[in-house]
Write a protein that binds this ligand. Structure first.
Ligand code: AMP
Ligand code: ZN
Length: 474
């Protein structure tokens, strides 16, 4: 079965063909650790997690690499504004190193709560300064750089098709990245590879380099670290859509400039989560975090479910009302699954028909392999729950396999359910069914029907088969 990916570079859905058979090298741009990740950022990390797990589901051996930006990222992606790490340190009266450690840990704690798997390689920019210096040296040797007022710049005019990823004219690119006039730049879209003349006094993070003591620009870390860990031909590179016109465009210029050939085969970008009032932004402080979600009484997995209900390439409008709706349908889903699992008996263990199972597994794979159509994948899950063609044990096995991608703790539903109000209903329902069976044995059809109707009004549908009665939530 084929896996299809929408490639930002071609603006087309393409069949995925890996560089090496059966293997995938995947790089995702990680957080700048100067503040908590907001739920918009986390939507992007959920999309990337689902992508990785979907490729796993298809049998690929995925190597996932993610960077941690702990130096070099200025407020604007285009080298203007203040140093983000410095801002964090000032705000909290801590050192930049303390800030980086604190927010990196906080980020992975959020990921844990959202069932986002830790990448196979997590690489910090500050641990890879030499790799970056080496790449800048190569770019310098190949004539892509110039030095102006002490800083090393990348000259985009030396690179062919600089605008190919964004697919915008140079004027549109300029307008979109809101570049400020910088008299040191030959072209306003040129960007810094190495800052020696820091405009920030007391810049703590500094290293020696052939161009003087200083620190790297933001974009060079992703180029050099991705190549270090994934080689010079990478299958998939991801990020949020905001990375298309500046960060990823600059990454391509650096990597392809240094390598002399095509670097990444598939570019994937997650659309933004937006608030009623507009964009969520870390710098203006009014952003929602996992913590805010929990404070409103939701679980982080309610939010994961909320994200999975929509396609990653569409903007998603967040509101607590919409999250409430997601919470309700996620809970219903879990209750239905708990009921299925609770009805499995030891004698059911042999009831597995591999042919029927593969039919549903393929149906699910078709959806996730269609550029991650998660809303449709959730519909396949509902179909498995509802159908009379599968035994409960088959259903459980299928749900377990789907959950390796969805990561909604669906099988654990049973444990949560046993402590819930629903479980008390479960005992009541089973008692009614027992009474109805006795009534039927005694040919007391009126009583049997009365019980069926009562259960029906509780939203429970009975299924009589082979001398056995099971039930499901309608
Ligand atoms: P940052 O920590 O700012 O570098 O962002 C981390 C990731 O979140 C990047 O892939 C961004 O493209 C992505 N991102 C930023 N804002 C949003 C948003 N509102 N919705 C979805 N993704 C976002
Ligand atoms: Zn990056």
């Amino acid at each position: 079965m084929d896996f299809y990916i929408y490639n930002t570079m071609s603006r087309n859905k393409e069949k995925f063909i890996p560089v090496k058979k059966g293997r995938v090298g995947m790089y995702t741009c990680g957080p700048t650790v100067y503040n908590y990740a907001h739920i918009g950022n986390l939507r992007t990390y959920i999309f990337e997690d689902v992508l990785k797990k979907s490729l796993d589901y298809f049998g690929y051996n995925v190597k996932h690499v993610m960077n941690i930006t702990d130096v070099g990222h200025l407020e604007s992606d285009a080298d203007t504004g203040e140093d983000k790490m410095g801002l964090g340190a000032k705000r909290e009266n801590k050192t930049v190193w303390e800030i980086a450690k604190f927010y990196e840990d906080a980020f992975f704690e959020d990921c844990r709560k959202l069932n986002i798997k830790r990448p196979d390689v997590v690489c910090r920019a500050t641990d890879h300064i030499n790799d970056m210096i080496n790449m800048i040296k190569i770019l310098e040797k190949k004539g892509y750089t110039y030095i102006s007022d002490g800083n090393v710049y990348y000259s985009i005019d030396k690179f062919n098709n600089y605008n190919k990823l964004a697919n915008l004219s140079m004027e549109e690119l300029e307008a979109g990245s809101r570049v400020q006039v910088d008299k040191n730049k030959k072209n306003p879209l040129d960007f810094v590879l190495w800052f020696t003349k820091s405009k920030f006094k007391n810049q703590i993070m500094q290293w020696d380099s052939p161009w003087g003591r200083g620190f790297p620009g933001w974009h060079i870390e992703c180029s050099s670290m991705s190549i270090k860990y994934l080689g010079d031909n990478i299958d998939i590179h991801c990020g949020g859509v905001d990375h298309i016109p500046v960060h990823h465009t600059n990454e391509i210029a650096q990597s392809e400039g240094a390598l002399g050939h095509k670097w990444v085969n598939y570019w994937m970008h997650g659309e933004f989560l937006v608030l009623d009032g507009g964009k969520m932004s870390k710098s203006n402080g009014d952003f929602l975090t996992v913590d805010s979600i929990e404070k409103h009484g939701f679980s982080p997995l309610d939010y994961r479910y909320f994200c999975l209900q929509s396609r990653y390439r569409k903007q998603l409008l967040f509101s607590f009302n919409a999250l409430k709706d997601a919470e309700i349908s996620y809970k219903k889903l879990k209750d239905k699954i708990a009921n299925i699992i609770l009805q499995i008996k030891d004698t059911d263990k042999s009831e597995i028909d591999e042919k029927v199972m593969s039919y549903y597994k393929e149906k699910f794979a078709n959806q996730i392999g269609d550029d991650l159509n998660m809303p449709n994948a959730l519909t396949v899950l509902q179909e498995v729950i509802k159908t009379d063609k599968l035994s409960n044990i088959e259903k459980k096995n299928l749900i377990e396999s789907f959950d390796s991608v969805l990561s909604l703790d669906l099988i654990d539903s049973k444990n949560n359910y046993e402590n819930s109000k629903g479980y008390k209903d479960y005992n009541k329902i089973n008692k009614f069914i027992q009474e109805r069976n006795e009534a039927r044995l005694n040919k007391n059809w009126d009583k049997a029907d009365e019980i069926r109707n009562k259960l029906n009004s509780m939203g429970i549908e009975l299924i009589d088969s082979k001398g056995n009665t099971t039930w499901k939530i309608k």
